[in-house]
Ligand binder design. Structure first.
Ligand code: LLP
Length: 416
């Protein structure tokens, strides 16, 4: 479900016509629907209510302050992966006991500030990291909580760049090493070992990989007689981008709950994409229609791989659709950006109603890993983020300016 729908051939975000927004705010911009992401959050909450999990929204998918704040106000915690995300999580008033911190490369400074903030726990990804956390805690005279992120060696059946639970991936600790850590807990006396974390990948559209991974973890806990307070099963619930049919929250829950219910630990989920993915679109304008002698049509738009890198990086499919459907004749188009690389495309071989210059296109389902992965490549200011809430359009991040582009740079005096 999402609140981007057509009425009389015009795309609406909730009850606001997207064309009216695009006429008012310079394109490109990201546009989010508050009702949609709230609905997705509540759906997960409801589906898992039998086990009352803590749902930590994965900030890496979208770390806009208003979005994180809205979810935190609704009871969400936050899954963070850096000192920057910790800073933003605290900024939006997330209670520290609802913050969990993963990442294979936490620095000493990041570890120190997370300990000082008294976060719920670290998801520890290696023995040297555990030693580092233990050492910093001793120095600070603190005893932070940690969960071991295990690598269950399970295939998530998703893009290889976003698979994280196979033994050849850099993430997590294998079961043998994890058992050794639990057996030698006293070696790490400055931390409190309280949980297990497992995250096998992202955009997983089937329930089986979750069942396999969680079953392996439960088996490990039972076999090694380890009891934990927390089981964090990560994120990864997939969404529908195109033809593939993703599972509903209830479908994921109905397979997962029987595995974890009554086992004595509290469940944590870290969904990102499921909550915000379909709640955002990228709106761009057609600059030129270019036809080659070979008969190929390119629609060159004012958004590129710097604004949305998923098609270029993962060959990801995002539906692209006119903001107002005016014409019935269709053509095949490659929708491409202005960046100086052939890999700069938003969609290839798309059959669309005949496109004309200056019309607006919507790149759908770009709420997750859209703006979050945007860059200034080609010295392009990053686009604005807008939010529709209760029929009002609000700027939740202004578009960057040329001045922003140079705000961190310095022209050396000696070069004058
Ligand atoms: N927890 C951990 C430990 C993670 O590494 C991730 C995502 C999540 C939770 C949230 O996963 P989600 O529910 O959003 O699937 N840039 C890629 C996705 C990278 C995902 C990285 N980890 C993309 O655009 O598809």
């Amino acid at each position: 479900m999402n609140d981007f729908t057509y009425k009389d051939n015009a795309l609406y975000c909730e009850n606001v016509p997207v064309k009216a927004i695009a006429d008012k705010f310079p394109t490109p911009f990201y546009l989010y629907s508050y009702a949609t992401f709230m609905d997705h959050f509540r759906k997960i909450k409801k589906a898992f209510e039998a086990v009352d999990p803590l749902i930590c929204f994965s900030m890496k998918s979208n770390s806009n302050l208003s979005i994180a704040r809205a979810l935190v106000r609704e009871g969400a915690g936050l899954d963070i992966v850096s000192g920057g995300e910790l800073f933003k999580a605290l900024k939006v008033g997330c209670p520290a006991d609802r913050i969990v911190y993963a990442s294979v490369g936490k620095t000493e400074a990041e570890i120190e500030s997370a300990i000082r903030s008294n976060i719920l726990f670290f998801n520890v990804e290696s023995v040297p990291e555990l030693i580092m956390i233990d050492t910093v805690s001793r120095r600070l005279k603190e005893k932070p909580r940690v969960a071991l992120r295990v690598n269950p060696d399970v295939s998530a059946d998703t893009h290889e760049y976003i698979t994280t639970g196979k033994k050849e991936n850099k993430f997590g600790i294998d079961f043998t090493t994890a058992e050794d850590i639990f057996d030698n807990e006293n070696k790490y006396s400055n931390v409190s070992l309280e949980g297990i974390h497992v995250h096998i990948g992202s955009q997983i559209t089937d329930t089986e990989p979750f069942v396999k991974a969680i079953s392996k973890v439960i088996e490990f806990l039972e076999k090694s007689a380890v009891s934990v307070k927390w089981l964090n099963i990560g994120g990864g619930f997939g969404i529908t981008y195109g033809q593939e049919k993703a599972k509903t929250a209830e479908e994921f829950a109905s397979r997962i709950i029987p595995l974890v219910k009554g086992k004595g630990f509290r469940l944590i989920l870290e969904p990102g994409r499921f909550i915000i993915g379909n709640a955002g679109i990228l709106v761009a304008k057609v600059l030129y229609i270019k036809t080659t002698s070979g008969g190929k049509r390119f629609a060159i738009v004012n958004a590129g791989m710097n604004d949305l890198i998923r098609p270029s990086l993962y060959d990801a499919y995002h539906e692209i659709t006119p903001v107002v459907k005016l014409r019935s004749e269709t053509h095949m188009y490659d929708i491409v950006g202005p960046i100086c690389e052939s890999g700069d495309f938003l969609g290839k071989n798309r059959e669309l109603p005949e496109l004309v210059e200056d019309e607006y296109l919507a790149v759908m389902s770009t709420g997750a890993y859209g703006f979050a992965m945007a860059s200034n490549y080609n010295s392009r200011p990053r686009p604005a983020e807008l939010l529709v809430k209760n029929g009002r359009v609000r700027v939740i991040r202004r578009a960057e300016t040329y001045k922003d582009l140079i705000s961190c740079e310095k022209m050396l005096k000696e070069l004058k």
